[in-house]
Every structure is written in structure tokens, then in C-alpha cells.
Design a protein around this ligand. Sequence first.
Ligand code: S3P
Length: 431
Amino acid sequence: MPLEKIVIHERKCLRGEVTLPGDKSISHRAIIFSALSSGTVIVSGLSSGEDNRRTAKMFELMGVTIKKKGPSDCVIQGRGLHGLKEPQAVLYAGNSGTTMRLMAGVLSGQPFFSVMSGDDSLNARPMQRVVAPLRLMGAQIQGRDDGSYAPLAIKGGNLCAEDFAIPVASAQVKSALLLAGFYAQGTTVVREPVKSRDHTERMLQFLGVPVVVNGTEVSISGGAEIKPGHIAIPGDISSAAFFIVAGLLAKDSAIVLRGVGVNPTRTGIIDILQNMGADIVMVNMREISGEPVADIEVRTSRLKGIAIGGAIIPRLIDELPVIAVAAAFAEGTTVIRDASELRVKESDRIAALCAELKKLGAHVEEREDGMVIQGREQLSGAVCTSHGDHRVAMSLAVAGLGARGETVVEDCACIKTSFPQFMEKLKSIMQ
Ligand code: S3P
């Protein structure tokens, strides 16, 4: 069902339980490592979002068999590190930055020619951050503006390990370099200024690959085998984030989010919202496939403004749009800084959020690296747009739950890139 426009009304009460789809970041890694493993891998809880399907499709074009076994389970027949075939068509990443950047690492290790392209948004996003270090390892990569933008043409093979200190914390860059590191002679080291999400490291360790983690430094030696196994994927905290904020804002609400991944490199949103006064409790902590998981209980809360910046930013970068919505309803001022990376996501999220929240009557001031939000008790419904960005779309829908009257969010087909079931799940807890 195409989800072009969301019409949403102020809600007094959200109640019930929601199970989230599999984590998008972990799903990408599960597909990649399974395809490169030396046998059959069963993946359960895989996200059905379009971004993850783009990654899977690339491997199918390179000879990997992926069989669906139910709505979120599949069996992937790994071809080993050196078993991929040269693709005869362009590898299309759609809207998915993670697909393009991680696959740039994989393709740099292959002795064949490949071309990757994306949609208009992705082809305008910076690729030099992976292209430059992969070239240093020996990959030949061409792209628009000397490899700054896709389409990217890659001829890989014969890589040499390098020791990288990357300037911006980025799990996509780190993972691309570690993936190339499998194909390099020697030990590839990646040092980050602040630790970014560590799903790659955790999954590799879970699959028996000797990856060494020392604080913000990760290293891998070339040639390591990825052993097959069963990978179970936790619920996506970035998708849960919309329900967490919705539950806090809607009056008389109490919701439980089941089986959510609570990896500490991703839980910045919970820390920040709790510091804003949110009633959020994590219960039933457990571990699946090397990742911590919990159920999250959320109750309506009165929030206070807060300063958000520094080392916490990578731990909540994808959740800043919905945190900005929470801040728009909070008492007092919220200042978001050190978040200029938001400008190069699926949209310029700083500009998009400031423009759209203003339409709902929020007091927002745009800054180069973030924004300042003066919270208000009430916003007013209005017609706004997603800017083609799934997280902006869902954040505005959540804002609509708290705004007086009717809110229309236009251009919402993008939601299917990460969370096709969003509206269905939201409706299931509306009373
Ligand atoms: C991701 C890393 C983050 C995040 C993105 C997913 C990943 O990007 O914003 O949505 O799965 O590795 P950066 O690596 O650019 O910080």
C-alpha cells in the first residue's frame, strides 16, 4: 500500500504493546556477513525495509542465493570471501547510505568491476569519506567530482592494510574499512574520535572472526574466515524512538515496546529523554546474537528542555529528528549542537526540521550544527512535508499526535525505506 500522505489528529491516549521490526543497521550487517560467510546462515528478525532489501539484492546480483522463510526470516547461502561474481548490472542502493558505504568496502576487495548508484538523495551525499581511505588501501574508485559522489565505479583487489584515524565518528566508514580489511594484506586499524555504533564488531565476534576492539580503536587482519551460524536481529531502537516520543507526548499513555536492541552505542535517546524527565524503564534485559535487548516501558511525561551536544551525538544521531519534536513540546529551551552530520543525511535534517516544525507553530532557530528550540505546551496542526526523508516523515507524524487539530504530512512513501509497518503499528495502540 503506497503511503504517500499521513493525516493525523491529536491523540489523548496510546496504550498497548508494539514489537518493532529488526534493526536496520544490524540487518545490513547480517546480510553482508552471511553472504561472505563460508556456509549457510539463517537470519531471523530481518527488517523488511527497502534499504535492507537493496543490500540483499546487490549480493543476489553477485551470485548469492537468499531464500525468504517467512516475513522476517531468510536463509543466506554464503559464498565465502572470494566467491562473489562480477555483477552484470548496476548495483542500485536506492536511498540507503549504509548500503552504498559498506558495499564500497566489500567491492574494494573484489578483483572485478562494479558500479553502484542510488536515488537523487543518495547520489548527493558525500562518498569521499569512504572513497579516499579505500583508494589508499589500493582500490580504484571513480565517481563524480573525483569520487565525491555516486555513481561510483570500483575495481578492487590487491589491497594493503592501513592504519586510519577517521576525523568524524562514523560506523559506516569504520565498517567499510573493516570490510575491505578482510581482503587486505596485514592488519587494518580504524581509530575514531568517539565510538560510533559497534554492530559490525559485535557481529564479527559473534561469528568467530578475531576482530580486536580497544576503546575507540578496532583492528582486523586480512583473510579471516566468517563462519556460518544463526543470527537473530533485535528490534530497531531507531524505529522504537517514534513510539517512545509518541507515548511521552500523548496524554494518559502507557506503552510497552518488546525486544528492542539497547546497544549502548545507540541508547543516547533514552539517556537524553530520561534527563528531560521522561518516564522510560528498560526491563527484561537479555542478549541475542551478541547484542543487548530489552523491553521498554513508556508513560506520558512532562518534559523539560536540555542541552544536547558532544560525545553523545553519535549515540543518538538518527533520533535527533524525533528528539527535536519532543523538545518542541517540552518546558524551556533545548539546544542541539555538534550535529552538523544531520545536514548530510537522507535530507538536510536541520533545515527540514526547522522549516516543518515552524509550520506547526514551534519556536525553532536554525544553527549551522544544530538548532535551538523553545518548547511550547501546544502546537497546531498544519500541512507539512517529509522532504523525502523517512525519519522526518515519522517525526512529523509524532508531532501531529501532540498538535491541536489535524496534521498532514506529505511525501511519506519514503517511510518504507526503514519502517513500512509504521502507521499500522501506530494505529494498533491508538485508543
Ligand atoms: C549507520 C551509521 C550512521 C547512521 C546511519 C546508519 C550504520 O551513519 O546515521 O543511519 O548502520 O552504520 P554514519 O556512519 O554516517 O554516522
